[in-house]
Structure formats: structure tokens, C-alpha cells
Design a protein around this ligand. Sequence first.
Ligand SMILES: [Mg+2]
Length: 372
Amino acid sequence: MSSTAADRTTIAKIEAIPLRIPMKSGAIPNAALWGDKLSVADSLLVKVTTRDGVEGWGEAFGLGAVNSAKLAVDELIAPQCIGQDATRIGPLMLAVQKKRHAIGRGGALTYGLSAVDIALWDIAGKLANAPVCQLLGGGVTTMPCYASVACYTEPALVRAVVRQAIDAGFRVIKLHESKMPAIHAARTEAGSDVELIVDVGCPWTLPEALAVADELKAIGLKFLEEPLWPPENFDGLAELRRTTGLPVSSGENISTLMEFERALATQAVDFIQPSPAKMGGITELIKVFPLAAVRNIPVMAHSFYDGPGLLAAIQTTAALGTTDSMIEVRWFEQEASLYGDALTPKEGRIPVPQGPGLGIDPDPDVISTYRR
Ligand SMILES: [Mg+2]
């Protein structure tokens, strides 16, 4: 008896694969993120395979969350997805969310869900023999992008990494620095033609942010990312914008559509930053674009990833973004890259890969070498 089309697109297997890729020797030293020294880049890939052998690749937010997201995929998400139809992504993701909502509406569970969702969109594109941006209505073939560099604190090191990014063709650079000497050093090195984004990572109360606002304004920023603690202090962000005129961004730590709506409704941001590998994958990401468009707020997807999470941001933004939308490119010097040179930016633009699904598959040799 021959199998039906639905049988063939049934999800047969879900595998969560932790990767650890070391920084290149000779890279600029003392890279750190959120106070942790960065000598390797940890990430979590998720491979979904249908009964017919179509493979989709997803990614969960990595770094320190890899083990917990893997556990969420293996124990909480995969068992509910195996045997289901890979081509009904929205209903399946909703069913998982509803069944697991009591465990959490964010964090590792949602990172794992995001990875599975992205992999299912990869499969959807492969079955249609079209890149995801085409499934979403059609998109551009290159996107403006910016270099997102790690935290180096020491002004001389900050200048070195900024110089490296400028030499690589970037005209917009994001720092992860919150100390003024480091931020000043970046502006000195960059001159006035290069735009700077400063991601401070939620350190300040509103009065603390107000105290440094004039100095930050004088440096001239494209936007200030996540200035306040806690990240969901949307009223505080709105007041910071209103009273200082500083352009503000946030969104990578928002994990539900309702919270995105609240951030936008309170006028908390000038740019909204949904993170596809953190907030539910492409299924949820595409809902943020119309929400933001209603208020004329550009979507600047957070894509501090190198794998399918980055491709999800690229494919979705290529189709749904506005002219102000840019792609965040993590600018680490790693030993190896999942996509070789396929995503290397040129003149500040990143290619939108045009293969089916996410546009390109990860290199199996890199996976087997750096799997842990
Ligand atoms: Mg950030």
C-alpha cells in the first residue's frame, strides 16, 4: 500500500545538537558577554526529519542556555511533535504552547520551541522548492546589516574591534559596552560617518539612565539597546525616550506577542527587536511585523546567532521588513562557520540565500567536528 502525502510529511525524528566552536587563535583577546568570558561560541541546532527524509534545520538561543534548551526539546517538545504533520506548523506550535504553558512562556522552553518552528519552516520551503522569503510574499536578495561585536571593556581593544569591523565594510556597528570610556573609544575610532548602536544589556534604573543620557546623546547613537532593568520596564523606557530624546530599542527578551503589543503600545521603543530563536521562531516573528507597522516602528530582528536562527531573521526580514530594517551579524572570530562564506557581508550588506527553505544547509563537516 502506498503512503499518502500526509504520511510522507509526518515528523519522524527531532534531534537537538549542541555545538561548541572555539574563537580563532589570535582573535582580539578578552571578549566577554554579560560578564562571562567568551572563549567559545555555544549553540544548539535542531534537526527535524520527515518520514520521507526531508530535513529541516532550526536553532535555539545558545550560549549558556544550550543544555536547558536541549532538555526542553528532548523531553517536552519533541514527544508532542513526533508523528504530527510537519506542514501544519502554526497549529502544531500552538498545541505545544498550550500543553506546556504552565512550565513557562519564555526561557529555555520557548528557545527550544523556536528551533523546532524554524526547522519546520525550512521543511516547508524545501517541500515548496522555494526560499522562506518567497513563501512570505517575496523578498530582496541582499539586506543591510550591522556588525554586532562582543564586550571588550578596555578602550584599546574596543578600538581594535571597531577598526576591524570598519575594514570589513560595515558602516553600522553594535557594541556590547556599558562603560563610558569604552563607548567614547568606539566613537573616536569610528569617526562621525559610522553609526554606533550601544547595547548595554539592562543595567540601569531609570534615574541611572537619565544620569548618563546627556553623555550618550553627545556621542550620537543610532539607538541605545536595553538600557533599563528589568527588560520589561516598558513605562520606564517610554519615559527615557520622552524626556531625553535618546532613540531606544528593546525586544530580544520579550517572548510573547502580547508583550510585544504592550511594548509598542506604551511607546517604549524606536526599534523593536524580536529574536526568532528566542520568541517562538518564524511563526511568531511574522506576527510582530504588522504589529510594528501599525505604529511605524521598524523591526530590527535580534539575531545574535550564526546558524538557522540568523537565517530565520534574514529570510523573514527580507520579505516583511521595511527599508529601515537591518540584519544583526555577530562579529566573532570563530574557528569555523556553519555556512562557510555564504553569508559573509560585503559593503555592509548580507546575502539572502536563495536555496529552498532557509536558503542553505549547515556544513555537515563543521557539525561533526564541533558537536559536543
Ligand atoms: Mg542585545
